[in-house]
Design a binder for this molecule. Structure first.
Ligand code: PGD
Length: 758
């Protein structure tokens, strides 16, 4: 099992040679093609390694990270020096001087999940400064619990695809329903039903209106509207304006199930600020014709309409507003909780939304309790390291960044997920020590002091399942561990033992015994629900167990049926179109109801005169984030070895650029190279460069160096969505582009660093 689907594999001499998708999967992800050849890739870390500067000079801040050579050490040496350094930091600076947020997707698998492993270890060490929420859903994770009482139920208990296919008339999707993203599910998936469901929906006469700068955010038939990027909230407001002014809104629903509509309406109609948010006002901002918006509002009110907002819409400055306004629009239509109507968040952002959930908990490896209370919103990593002692706002609280001395990362790649990489590099020069566990020499591993070689999921046994998939899968080892790599569990078990809590960490179990233990602990939940689970031995030889799923769900169906019995977990128990709580925080960048805020970086602002192209840094089609960028499918998409950038023919012609050329993409934060695809299926002032090409600085010693490979995060702003949630804003950035002339520098991202001897 992988995050991008279930498969069986063939291997020869310790390498995976072929991968076959699960026969029950109707639309397997092409990303599976990256797995063959991945175990013995030249980018693998062959054994424990320590940065020479750290080994020779000891712990301390260093701007040589990412540029220094490494020295091979034995496992015993690694355990000894790492245990000593952890003890030093804890004794001298306290446990909150360790940052163990360690964000990242790592691999599928319930036991060998890298974050669970590192968090359990650090908790037992006495705790660590953690991070909260995710790069995927930083804004949603904070705003939605305040508006509808939850964020995770919006996906895990979303209206199912079957219900949409059967009941919806109109899907108005802000951000489309990008099929490429449904290839992926955190923790794995045994099926990819989205494409089939959309076909069935259309065959019944269902229509899709897709607001997106990119045509292919919906595959197949749809009405494609390409507004100025980042202006969706203005369009939603204009639709709401038409509903309110033509009396098409459902007053009864708003009174019974919502609070604060009147306050919002004062703003919407311009009573509060003298600016009616009508379709003409929205046309000025978004470029979408007022007549279209007026007509759309009437169409939306005349049938069963699902308003969907992709996660990408909240990965932008003021990202809280799009999901909040989406909820408000759906509430005005009064179809919340009706089959095929209401609100959806994340259809096409990951496979999970629209899939039926299992009704019981999953097998879980306990992380224990973190005794340290300090935390950061996950996308504040550079702020944390650069500004110790500084105060910041977050969700109604005033918090302080602790002074971090040691950074511990396992299963993530901040050089993929974080924004403004030149700034991140300066931040990573600050701590005394950086430790990274990864199977590969990712840019993050190269920027570490201590590199711990992990196995991949192909080299170990595990259990996999997710909350919206019917199969519990026996993940069976395909090949032996590569070179001198080890399971993260074994590394932590040895370290815990050297630090005096080995027995507490392992509870006396080997990996295989843990897997069996997790299975046995989980069986009673299933059996109490009428399941009939086999013994572990039988399960392991069968390869999977099929669980019961809750089919034909309707998001908030129970709330609509009986709001007194099933209130939302908000202060009012209702949908909070106006939130007294948020208003009471007094934030200038997130007030008590959804509203239009002008973004910092958009084509309508002054910055566009210098950087006139809006770059969409979206999720890649050919890999998961940065994982297996060296794989066959990802490599086949590169142009002269660079990440592909899509440009409209007009934008290309204006710069004398043709398909297959290499261009320099730049702004005042940084620059990268990329290979050109000319494509008319995007706005002429929009370019698209996906995330995930491994960061490859021309001069590894210079944080401002050109990335020769095409990582858009050298360009993106490191600014939180708002004082409320401080989510990631990496999806959008303004750039300029010019043809790259001269000798092309080689791509060295996948070459391991120099490994010297002592
Ligand atoms: P991955 O490339 O998946 O990226 O960021 P994330 O850090 O999750 O990194 C996972 C790492 O784990 C890989 O290096 C892999 O080799 C390693 N790994 C795999 N298995 C194991 C294991 O068993 N043990 C150990 N120790 N390591 C393992 C993703 C993040 O990026 C996300 S979720 C989103 S949604 C964001 N999206 C955007 C965006 O839209 N635009 C921009 N510009 N930036 C983004 N960044 C965010």
């Amino acid at each position: 099992m992988s995050h991008w689907g279930m498969f069986s594999a063939e291997s020869v001499a310790g390498e995976v040679t072929a991968v076959h998708p699960y026969e029950g999967d109707s639309n397997p992800s092409p990303m599976l093609g990256n797995l063959a050849g991945s175990v013995r890739s030249r980018s693998r870390v062959t054994g424990p390694a320590v940065r020479r500067g750290w080994l020779e000079n000891g712990p301390g801040p260093s701007d040589r990270r990412g540029a220094d050579e490494f020295v091979s050490v034995t496992w015993d040496e690694l355990t000894e020096l790492l245990a000593r350094e952890l003890r030093r930091v804890v004794d001298t600076h306290g446990n909150n001087a360790i940052f163990g947020g360690s964000y990242g997707w790592a691999s599928a698998g319930r036991f060998h999940h890298a974050q669970s492993q590192v968090h359990r270890f650090l908790n037992q060490l006495g705790g660590y400064t953690k991070s909260v929420h995710s790069y995927s859903l930083g804004a949603t994770g904070v705003i939605m619990p305040r508006v509808v009482g939850t964020h995770w139920k919006l996906f895990a208990r979303s209206t199912s695809w079957d219900v949409i296919a059967k009941h919806s008339d109109l899907l108005v999707s802000f951000g489309g329903v990008p099929i490429k993203n449904t290839g992926v599910n955190a923790g794995g998936t045994s099926g990819h039903p989205t494409l089939g469901a959309l076909d069935a929906f259309r065959a019944r006469g269902g229509k899709i209106v897709s607001f997106s700068p990119l045509r292919d955010d919906v595959e197949g038939d749809c009405e494609w509207i390409a507004p100025v990027p980042g202006t969706d909230v203005a369009i939603m407001l204009a639709v709401a304006f038409v509903l309110a002014s033509e009396g098409l809104h459902d007053r009864e629903f708003l009174n019974r199930f919502c609070v604060g509509y009147e306050r919002f309406e004062d703003y919407l109609l311009g009573r509060a600020d003298g600016v009616p948010k009508d379709p003409r006002w929205a046309q000025e901002i978004s470029g979408v014709p007022a007549e279209f918006v007026t007509d759309l509002a009437r169409r939306m009110a005349s049938g069963r309409t699902l308003v969907t907002v992709t996660w990408s819409l909240q990965r932008i400055k003021h990202g809280e507003q799009a999901p909040w306004m989406g909820v408000t629009l759906a509430a005005m239509l009064g179809q919340f909780g009706l089959p095929g109507g209401g609100f959806g968040h994340g259809y096409g952002s990951m496979n999970e939304p629209g899939l039926a959930p299992v009704p019981y908990p999953l097998p879980t490896f306990s992380q224990g309790v973190n005794p340290v209370s300090d935390f950061i919103p996950v996308a504040a990593i550079s702020d944390l390291l650069l500004s110790p002692g500084e105060e910041f706002d977050y969700d109604g609280r005033r918090l302080t960044y602790p002074d971090i001395r040691l950074v511990y990362w396992a299963g993530g790649n901040p050089f993929h997920h974080h924004q403004d990489l030149p700034r991140l590099r300066r931040a990573f020069a600050r701590p005394d020590t950086i430790v990274v566990h990864d199977p590969y020499w990712t840019p993050m591993a190269r920027s570490a002091d201590i590199v711990v070689p992990s196995t991949t999921s192909l080299e170990r046994n595990d259990l996999s399942c997710t909350r919206n998939d019917p199969l519990l899968v026996a993940m069976q080892q395909v090949v032996p561990p590569f070179a001198n790599s080890r399971d993260d569990y074994d590394t932590f078990a040895d370290l815990a033992s050297a630090l005096g809590f080995g027995e507490q960490f392992t509870e006396g179990r080997s990996s295989q015994e843990w897997i069996e233990h997790l299975y046995d602990q989980w069986r009673p939940f299933v059996d109490a629900d009428g399941g009939n689970t086999p013994t572990f031995e039988d399960f392991w030889s069968d390869g999977h167990y099929r669980m019961r799923t809750e089919d034909n769900l309707v998001l908030f169906g129970d709330f609509r049926e009986d709001p007194e019995k099933y209130p939302l977990s908000t202060p009012s128990g209702k949908i909070e179109i106006f939130s007294e709580t948020i208003e009471s925080f007094g934030y200038a960048d997130c007030a008590g109801h959804p509203r239009w805020y002008e973004p910092d970086e958009w084509l309508g602002g002054p910055r566009a005169s210098q950087y006139p192209l809006h770059l969409i840094a979206n999720q890649p089609k050919t890999r998961l984030h940065s994982q297996l960028d060296h794989g066959d499918v990802s490599q086949a998409s590169k142009i002269k070895g660079r990440e592909p950038i899509r440009m409209h023919p007009d934008a290309a012609a204006a710069r004398g650029v043709s398909a297959g050329d290499v261009v320099r993409v730049f702004n005042d934060r940084g620059a990268c190279l990329a290979g050109v695809i000319v494509d008319s299926d995007l706005r002429s002032d929009v370019v698209q460069l996906s995330t995930g090409a491994w960061y490859d600085p021309l001069d590894p010693a210079d944080p401002d160096s050109l990335c020769v490979h095409g990582n858009p995060n050298v360009l993106t702003p490191d600014i939180g969505t708002s004082s409320l949630s401080h989510g990631c804003t990496g999806q959008h950035v303004l750039v300029q582009i010019e043809k790259f002339e001269g000798v092309l520098p080689p791509v060295k991202a996948f070459d391991p660093p120099v490994l010297g001897s002592r």
